[in-house]
Design a protein around this ligand. Sequence first.
Ligand code: SAM
Length: 251
Amino acid sequence: MALLPSLVAFASARFPRLSSRVLASSGYTLDLDSFGPDAFGVWELAAAARQDAAWRPLVSKAIAGSPREDVAALWASLAPVVGADTTLLEVGCGGGYNSEAILHRFPGVVYSGLDLAASMIDLAEQHYPDRSFVVGTAYALPFADASQDVVLDGVALIHMPEWKRALAEYARVRRGHVVLHGLTLAESHPTTMFAKYAWGQPSLELVFNRDEIRGECEVLGLQLGDIRTCLDYDLDPYIGIPSVSETWTLS
Ligand SMILES: C[S@@+](CC[C@H](N)C(=O)[O-])C[C@H]1O[C@@H](n2cnc3c(N)ncnc32)[C@H](O)[C@@H]1O
């Protein structure tokens, strides 16, 4: 194992709460009960603000011409499927910073963002008062059938225990494509739920078996097209499941 991932894995395992103040992710475990009862709630303001603060410089860098791998993957995935007046709903929009990156690159897009956490939507509305944001759940999207040209999952499906229900909602609401951004995928392990601190927030996360999620998409009439490599996100040092992160375009 290289030195930096080893150090991060060590700090994450030995000092999960402390390291969660500086690491986006820490304290990985397959023992979901170890976080205590009712640990996994909607994201609180402190975690939302930490994520937001980390993302602002990344968006500025992307706009200045140096997108990180995940922003580059998002842009490359959207390029063939958006144009003038394309309606795009981002599910799990967080503080809305993807809207800035998307609208910078694709100014014709008509963007809406939805998130479960009111804390996130508050931040999004403060930053971008002229854009449309709503508090809601991916499990029952407050949008009509076939009402959005593109439904973008903004690294949110990996946090949804009822991910099949969310996928069915994406298939219902989309008129054109579904883009699943930042999917964590394993080849030979079953779909597995684990827990960690995300920006200090106890958080559930999934690593999907590639064939299972692809099969579920096909059942819903969503055919996998483009695959883009996202950030390096190998869970092997943390929970013993080798993984990659990808962005999928489905039609
Ligand atoms: C990792 S953040 C992603 C934020 C941003 N889209 C990005 O790409 O960085 C995941 C977001 O998904 C939201 N989320 C989790 N479960 C959700 C659900 N069932 N419905 C809607 N949003 C959800 C969380 O509140 C959180 O803001």
